[in-house]
Design a binder for this molecule. Structure first.
Ligand SMILES: *Cc1c(COP(=O)(O)O)cnc(C)c1O
Length: 400
C-alpha cells in the first residue's frame, strides 16, 4: 500500500493534513482546565453536526461498534424486544451484537441492495398493540451495499403506528457526509465514529442521545461499565471523563468540526453528492451496475459496484493494492466476491476521485474485464467540469 495515494475504502477515510497536525499534540493533564476547553466545544460541535439542540452528546474511546453497544446496553434490558431489518453486513452486525446481549431481535430480512423497509416496520409496529417492541434499529447508510435509507420515512412509520419504540440510527458512514437531521427525524440515539465523515483516525465512538432515550437509561439492565453513560454525564458536568480520555482525538474533533463548518455543511453534502455522481457516471460507462437497487437509494459516501457473474470481485481489490498501492473495499457477507466498493467520503475531491476511477479501470483491464481505458474517467470528468465548482473553492478555503 502506498501512503501517497488516497484510499478509497469507506472508512477509515483520508486524513487531511490539518487533522494530522491537530492530533499530533503532547500529553496534557486531562484533569486540567485545558482538557475541558477542548471537550466542551467538541460536544457542542457534534450537536450541530447531528442537527440536534436537545441531544446529550457522548464520546467514548471506541469505534462505531462500541457506539452500537453503548446505545443498546444503556437503554435496554436482556430479553427486551427490538425490531431491525437486515440488508447488509453492518445492519447484520448490529443485530448480532444485540443478540449477544440477550435482546430478542425481530429481524426483517430485506434483500441486500434495498434499504430500511419503512412500510414493513409500520405493519409490525401496528401489530404490536402491547408495545413490547422497545426500540427500532436502523442503519442509515449500509456501507456494505452503498444504500442510503430514508430515516424520515421510518419516523413517519413509527408515528403512524403511534408506537412508543425508541429509534436508534447507525449513522457511522453518513454523519458529517450526508444530511442527518437528528431532531427533525426524531432519532433517539444516533451513533458514529471518528474515522469516517469526521476524517480523523479511528478511536472515538460518538453518540447523540435524546431526552426520551436518556429516560430509559435509569431502568436499563444490560450490563455496562466502561460504556455507562451515567458516569460520562456525571463527569462531563465537571468538564472531564470517568477515565483517561482520548485527548488527541477530541482535539482533532474540534478542528474537524471547524473544517466542516467553514466549508458549510450544505456544501459538504453537495460535494459528496457531486463526487458520488461522478463515480456513478463512471460505473455506467463501464456498463456495470451498482448494488443499490434504485437511484433514490444511492449512497453519496460509498458505491458498491457489481462485477460480471462468475468473476471474483475480490481480485480487483487485491490487484489494486498489490500493483497500484490503492485500497478499495471488498464485498462483505452475502455479497463477498460479487462487488467491490469505492469509498468516496470525508476528505475527498473530484480530482482524488478521478484517480480512483482511473485505477479501477487499469485494474479491471489488467484482469481481462471488458472495460475501455478512459471511459469511466471521461464520463466523470465531463460531469465534474460542468458541475458547480464553487464547492471546490469552499473546500479549499476550509483546508487552507
Ligand atoms: C464503519 C461502520 C460501522 C462501525 O465500524 P467500526 O469499525 O466499529 O468503526 C458501523 N456501521 C456502519 C454503517 C459503518 O460503516
Amino acid at each position: 500500500m502506498s501512503t501517497q495515494n488516497p484510499i478509497f475504502i469507506p472508512g477509515p477515510t483520508n486524513i487531511p493534513e490539518q487533522l494530522r497536525r491537530a492530533v499530533d499534540y503532547p500529553s496534557i493533564d486531562h484533569r486540567s482546565p485545558a482538557f475541558a476547553e477542548m471537550y466542551e466545544p467538541a460536544l457542542e460541535g457534534v450537536g450541530r453536526i447531528l442537527k440536534s439542540k436537545e441531544a446529550e452528546i457522548i464520546l467514548f474511546p471506541a469505534t462505531g461498534t462500541g457506539a452500537w453497544e453503548a446505545a443498546i446496553t444503556n437503554t435496554l434490558s436482556p430479553g427486551d424486544k427490538v425490531l431491525a431489518a437486515r440488508y447488509g453486513m453492518f445492519s447484520h452486525r448490529w443485530i448480532d451484537l444485540c443478540q449477544r446481549h440477550g435482546l430478542d431481535v425481530q429481524v426483517i430480512e430485506t434483500p441486500w441492495g434495498e434499504g430500511a423497509p419503512a412500510e414493513e416496520f409500520e405493519r409490525v409496529l401496528m401489530a404490536d398493540t402491547g408495545h413490547s417492541i422497545k426500540a427500532l434499529l436502523v442503519c442509515h447508510n449500509e456501507t456494505a451495499t452503498g444504500v442510503r435509507s430514508d430515516i424520515a420515512a421510518v419516523r413517519r412509520a413509527i408515528d403512524r403506528a403511534e408506537h412508543p419504540a425508541l429509534l436508534f440510527v447507525d449513522g457511522v458512514s453518513s454523519i458529517a457526509s450526508m444530511d442527518f437531521g437528528m431532531d427533525d427525524w426524531g432519532v433517539d440515539i444516533a451513533v458514529t465514529g471518528s474515522q469516517k465523515g469526521f476524517m480523523l483516525p479511528p478511536g472515538l465512538a460518538i453518540l447523540g442521545i435524546s431526552p426520551k432515550a436518556l429516560e430509559a437509561v435509569a431502568t436499563a439492565k444490560c450490563a455496562r461499565c466502561f460504556f455507562d453513560v451515567r458516569d460520562m454525564i456525571k463527569t462531563k458536568a465537571a468538564g472531564g471523563f470517568p477515565y483517561t480520555p482520548p485527548v488527541n482525538l477530541i482535539r482533532g474533533l474540534n478542528v474537524s468540526i471547524t473544517m466542516l463548518e467553514e466549508e458549510g455543511l450544505t456544501d459538504v453534502f453537495s460535494r459528496h453528492y457531486r463526487i458520488a455522481e461522478g463515480v456513478r457516471k463512471a460505473v455506467e460507462a463501464w456498463n456495470l451496475r451498482l448494488c443499490a437497487k434504485e437511484p433514490a437509494l444511492y449512497s453519496d459516501t460509498v458505491s458498491a459496484v457489481l462485477v460480471p457473474e462468475g468473476f471474483d470481485a475480490t481480485r480487483i481489490v487485491t490487484h489494486a493494492a498489490e500493483k497500484y498501492g490503492v485500497a478499495f473495499g471488498v464485498g462483505l457477507g452475502e455479497v463477498a466476491g460479487k462487488l467491490f466498493r469505492i469509498g468516496h467520503l470525508g476528505s475527498m475531491t473530484d480530482v482524488m476521485a478521478l484517480s480512483g476511477i482511473a485505477t479501477a479501470e487499469m485494474v479491471m483491464a489488467d484482469l481481462g474485464l471488458p472495460v475501455t481505458l478512459g471511459s469511466g474517467v471521461a464520463a466523470a470528468q465531463e460531469y465534474y467540469r460542468v458541475t458547480n465548482d464553487e464547492q471546490n473553492v469552499a473546500m479549499r478555503r476550509a483546508a487552507a
